[in-house]
Write a protein that binds this ligand. Structure first.
Ligand SMILES: [Zn+2]
Length: 411
């Protein structure tokens, strides 16, 4: 077992990263030699969702702090603490909301300036670097321009175009691709999933390992996918289109509630307790809230500070919820795009496997009753909606989805 095992179908990437980690596994003072052999201070891991870009970055981070040769054993303390996100020399930033602000990045940059406690590498891992605000990107840029000797930045983004050119130009790019369904199925089988289920899940997930795992194991995820794939055959009248759009958005909102409500409440409670607010009487909580040596004026300021902190938390939670909704809708659109691709493949008689073979009947009906040009137009409409939701997080999702289902209507 090694840290590279999680990188499915990415042999050349594993070679690059393990080579760089081996070169970087150096005694102090050999940093220059390490740079010559492929190790650099800033890396950008790119690849579509599901390609495993953040897993690759984390595996690399583990290898950089591995205690064995060749680095990346997966079993030593260095590897283990990085993989479980408990390493003292690793800071991970994983934005849960829609954007990544300057405050988080400043902390990261401050960390980067200090030497690693292990004597190996201080690793700053930034997932979803495409969500950096401009201000945050500029703060990061300064650190990338003047890296500390034993610090390494690992940024992850869907593509190089998702980060500022000034950041991109300072990074070594590691471009991952989606693994082939056969590779994903092999991993699922290794996990103990039966071959039939593994094959179907890997194909339906279109190479997305986490999605494939979910489809193989989770009855609810399978049911949701089935509902989504039934939509195209439901769309006869305008009312059907509006109803289907409402269903999709309601399901996405349900996902957000299921994922976040309990956590939101726990966070709010914890913050209130920490701030000493929430208890309205003059009990211990009120005493805690009092700033040292504070008179009435000091108390008022503390209460204002608490209100600000609660408001900030509310903002973070709202952004997280919104992201869950958009992620859920995006997954539905990816499934729909796969289904229309299947229709097109049938119409053109192309010799490729279907993405959703278990929903082939509906696809065959539409393939026979429509022309390839219509299918292309529908496929484009799905992809346009995906882009639109991804690029304009301020849009009302229901309107975008309604426009889509109307465009998909059979006729
Ligand atoms: Zn190790």
């Amino acid at each position: 077992m090694s840290v590279w095992d999680v990188l499915v179908g990415q042999a050349s990437i594993v070679e690059t990263l393990s080579g760089a980690a081996a070169a970087a596994d150096v005694v102090p003072d050999a940093t220059r030699a390490a740079v010559r052999s492929g190790m650099t201070h800033s890396w950008l891991f790119t690849g579509p969702a599901g390609s495993g870009r953040s897993m690759a970055a984390r595996a690399f981070a583990a290898a950089l702090n591995c205690e064995n040769v060749p680095p990346g054993c997966g079993g030593c303390n260095g590897c283990h603490t990085v993989l479980t996100d408990t390493a003292a020399d690793l800071r991970t930033i994983r934005p849960e909301g829609l954007s990544l602000g300057v405050k988080d990045v400043r902390e990261l940059v401050r960390d980067a300036a200090t030497a690693p406690t292990s004597g190996r590498w201080r690793v700053l891992l930034l997932e979803d670097a495409d969500r950096l605000t401009d201000q945050a990107a500029n703060a990061l840029l300064k650190a990338l321009e003047e890296p500390a000797e034993r610090s390494v930045f690992l940024l992850c983004a869907p593509s190089v175009d998702d980060v500022l050119p000034t950041i991109r130009s300072r990074c070594r790019v590691v471009a991952l691709r989606l693994p082939l369904p056969a590779d994903v199925a092999a991993v699922l089988e290794r996990d103990g999933i039966s071959p039939d289920v593994a094959r179907l899940a890997a194909r339906a997930a279109q190479g997305h390992l986490r999605r494939a795992r979910l489809l193989a194991a989770d009855e609810q995820a399978r049911a949701r996918r089935a509902e989504v794939l039934r939509i195209p055959t439901r769309l006869r009248r305008t009312g059907d289109c509006l109803a289907a759009a409402a269903d999709l958005v309601a399901a996405a909102n349900g996902d957000a509630d299921a994922a976040n409500t309990a956590r939101d409440e726990a966070e709010a409670e914890a913050l209130k307790t920490a701030l000493g607010v929430g208890a309205t009487s003059s009990g211990t909580a009120a005493k805690r809230a009092r700033a040292p040596k504070a008179g009435a004026k000091g108390r008022a300021m503390t209460v204002r500070g608490a209100a600000g902190a609660l408001k900030e938390l509310e903002k973070t939670q709202k952004s997280r919820g919104r992201r869950t909704v958009l992620d859920s809708l995006d997954q539905a659109l990816v499934d729909l795009a796969g289904w229309y691709r299947d229709v097109l493949v049938l119409q053109l008689g192309a010799p490729v496997d279907a993405v959703h073979p278990d929903h082939g009947e509906g696809a065959l009906r539409l393939a026979r009753s429509s022309a390839p040009e219509q299918t292309l137009r529908r496929l484009e409409a799905v992809l346009r909606s995906r882009r639109s939701l991804a690029e304009n997080p301020g849009l009302v999702p229901l309107l975008t989805v309604e426009a889509l289902t109307l465009a998909l209507r059979a006729g």
